[in-house]
Design a protein around this ligand. Structure first.
Ligand code: CP3
Length: 346
């Protein structure tokens, strides 16, 4: 069966506009919390293909989205390259030994050796492929990776950061080392995404969540060019697999966007009309409701109607402008999905 989400990514006309939500498999769902509790913790859940597949599919049945996104995390890549990842309760991800020198980087494994260690991700995808095919509906499966820059911020800082001062010190005082880190991560990501495709995903999304940390004139050099390199590697071998680029918070870069990919993910900080004007002819646009609107049904409806008015149901995929927050009610998430379908004629 043709998948409406895949068709929409490729710019084909679809009977209605598909919708999904970034971070849709997560803590706002009591059913997710139950499976996570069984697993013991978040990383165990990522490492358990059966449970990871189960939470991947939950939003399809509970919220009614048109695509599932693989349940995993962007940080499993540096973890398998040899950095020791943990999630500290209430504090988020941590690496015990952040990268500071070329010698630190040289100790990490790279290339196919690293990509081959992520077997639990490929096993989850294979299981999901079977389960989705058995369902016989037209829901797509999205695989993903972090952009090399976003991954590097965690590898260098050792954790999430508000200032990015450690990685920016490297950017301005030792750019060669930062490029070496980005190159090594890029090589792993290319092979990781290739193995995700071979395992059965329908679409790729590259998350550059911390794009806005880079000053506009340097964004291409330190992030976008690596994302494009990954996209072009995959497009050459797998032209039928759509690629979504999601660089958060870089409207100043919209005039300079280039590369062979299909969908541009618009975050909530940019007006959809601006993205349409600058990028709408070249790329399908995804987005972009401010996730906090999910706290109010009225605010949600207003925004969905406005986005629909701007995009006119053409070359568009509904989504939030960043991830759904844990304290949103399931009822309001369902309302968002239903409204996207209503205004686009489902
Ligand atoms: C920056 C980033 C990370 N991870 C991810 C990003 C990029 C996307 C974005 O910008 O939102 C990507 C990600 N992380 C997760 C997914 C699963 C699929 C989905 O979107 O539903 C995806 C696509 C699960 C997760 N990844 C994480 C959770 C929460 C873990 C839990 O307590 O259950 C989930 C469901 C943990 C995580 N992972 C990360 C952080 C900063 C945190 C802690 C923040 C928090 O606690 O909300 C790194």
């Amino acid at each position: 069966m043709g998948k409406i989400f895949v068709d929409a990514c490729l710019g084909k006309e679809t009977p209605y506009t598909p919708v999904w939500m970034m971070r849709q498999a997560g803590r706002y769902l009591p059913e997710y919390m139950a499976v996570r509790a069984e697993a013991g913790n978040f990383l165990n859940l990522c490492h358990d293909p059966k449970k990871a597949a189960e939470v991947t599919l939950q939003p399809l049945d509970i919220v009614g989205v048109d695509a599932a996104i693989l349940f995993s995390d962007i940080l499993v890549i540096p973890d398998e390259m040899g950095m020791d990842l943990s999630f500290v309760k209430g504090e988020g991800p941590k690496f015990s030994d952040p990268l500071q020198t070329q010698a630190d980087l040289d100790r990490l494994i790279g290339g196919d050796e690293a990509a081959s260690k992520l077997t639990y991700v490929y096993d989850t995808i294979k299981l999901l492929r079977t389960q989705l095919d058995e369902r016989g509906d037209d829901k797509a499966l999205i695989g993903f990776t972090g952009a090399p820059w976003t991954l590097a911020t965690y590898m260098i800082e050792g954790q999430g950061t508000k200032t990015y001062n450690v990685c920016k010190k490297m950017m301005y005082s030792n750019p060669e080392l930062l490029h070496n880190i980005l190159k090594k991560v890029t090589e792993v990501v290319k092979l990781y995404m290739e193995k995700q495709i071979q395992s059965g995903i329908d679409v790729v999304q590259i998350f550059d969540s911390w794009a806005a940390a880079i000053e506009p004139g340097m964004y291409d050099e330190f992030s976008w060019s690596y994302m494009v390199e990954i996209a072009e590697y995959l497009k050459e071998k797998y032209p039928h697999i759509p690629i979504i680029m999601f660089p958060k918070g870089v409207p100043a870069f919209y005039d300079k966007v280039y590369g062979n990919f299909d969908v541009f993910g618009v975050d909530w900080g940019a007006p959809m009309s601006l993205a349409k004007e600058k990028l709408g002819d070249k790329y399908v646009l995804q987005g972009n409701m401010e996730p906090c609107r999910l706290y109010s049904k009225e605010a949600t409806t207003k925004c969905v109607e406005k986005i629909q008015e701007t995009m006119g149901g053409k070359r568009h995929i509904f989504n939030l402008g960043h991830g759904i927050l844990p304290d949103v009610t399931v009822e309001n998430a369902i309302h968002f999905v239903n409204e996207c379908h209503r205004v686009s004629g489902k």
